[in-house]
Write a protein that binds this ligand. Sequence first.
Ligand SMILES: Cc1cc2nc3c(=O)[nH]c(=O)nc-3n(C[C@H](O)[C@H](O)[C@H](O)COP(=O)(O)OP(=O)(O)OC[C@H]3O[C@@H](n4cnc5c(N)ncnc54)[C@H](O)[C@@H]3O)c2cc1C
Length: 373
Amino acid sequence: MQFSYWEQDAMASAHCIVVGAGLVGLQTALSLRTHLPGQRILVLERGMLPAGASTRNAGFACFGSLTEILADIDSIGASAALDLIDQRWRGISLLRKLIGDEAMEYESMGGHELIRAAEQPALERLDEANRLLHPLVGKAVFALNESAFATAGFGPDVLAMVSNPLEGQLHSGKAMQALRRTAVQNDIEIINGAEVVGLEEGASGVDVWLAGGTCMRAQRVAVCTNALIPSLLPSLPVVPGRGQVLVTDPLPGLPFRGCFHIEQGYYYFRNVGERVLLGGGRNLDFTAEATTEMAVSAKVQDALERMLADTILPGRPYRIASRWAGIMGFTANKQPLVERSGQRVVAGFGCNGMGVALSPLIATQTARLLLEG
Ligand SMILES: Cc1cc2nc3c(=O)[nH]c(=O)nc-3n(C[C@H](O)[C@H](O)[C@H](O)COP(=O)(O)OP(=O)(O)OC[C@H]3O[C@@H](n4cnc5c(N)ncnc54)[C@H](O)[C@@H]3O)c2cc1C
């Protein structure tokens, strides 16, 4: 298809184009707007809806469970681990301020971690994690929660529960709808069904090639396509990780509420009203799950169902209402990255499975670096 004269004249160029309408892309566009009042800012999204992770996640507003934080301390050091938690902690506040709790149905029901035999050594290091976090939040974050554990009805493999009152949960679909509304109110145009297939930077701008053969033009381009960044910018270091989820029908009288983590966050579940949403299992086969294919697999879904039946809802009948997958983007050391790829192109990525928390800061930094070029 070729653009008409009218389209070419009024619609095919923008001051800034953001590729990808997920959490990072929409917030990058909003951040650009604060610096560029009156300029045309356009978001191009390949899907009819966002088609990556932001509307397909679990909706945890979390900054790290006890075992995940301890694993981070051991692998990247206490100072880098604290820096990451700080970014997540500040990011959650920024997102709540931007979208508003009511619009995204944010609920402060706390985060919890199930401790089985394999996780028991972490209890010895509870004070170490609390000491690390103290400068950030001014109080002890993690504590054994005997009363909630006693009534939750988990399976015999669960020996204890550690709770963190500072985590929350939200409705990912409503959060993204609200973010989109805010973008539109700020005169940001979003075009869906626009897959970008190539970027060519020249002296005076960037040609943005779309599937179907049309080309748009912008002064600057932010690439916020998460795990799919390498298809446009092959040198950037992000690796896909598929996340799989299932959700049950409502279970009247469900005896627990909040966000739950198991095994360093490789498994996670929460209540959605009286339903249980359960996800994870990527660690069962890292190689197979390092894919951008948005399909569920029997191996992971079977493991999720076993965990549901044995650990989360033992002895309780349930029915699975739906299952889905989404694609996350991982970096080598869990740090988010904002990288220049030419004078006029910047990419922001690497939420490493915690985009609810990390996307606000990645977006701000992406917009800032783009405008510095
Ligand atoms: C199953 C699952 C559970 C998760 N649970 C949580 C959670 O509970 N809490 C949490 O904090 N995080 C969670 N995450 C991670 C979180 O969702 C992501 O970190 C976050 O959504 C990433 O946002 P993004 O904008 O970088 O990427 P995305 O949301 O993937 O957005 C990128 C967008 O770019 C579009 N795109 C890609 N290529 C092109 C192209 N060539 N042209 C045009 N558009 C393109 C995609 O369609 C997509 O909409 C989860 C992720 C998954 C998959």
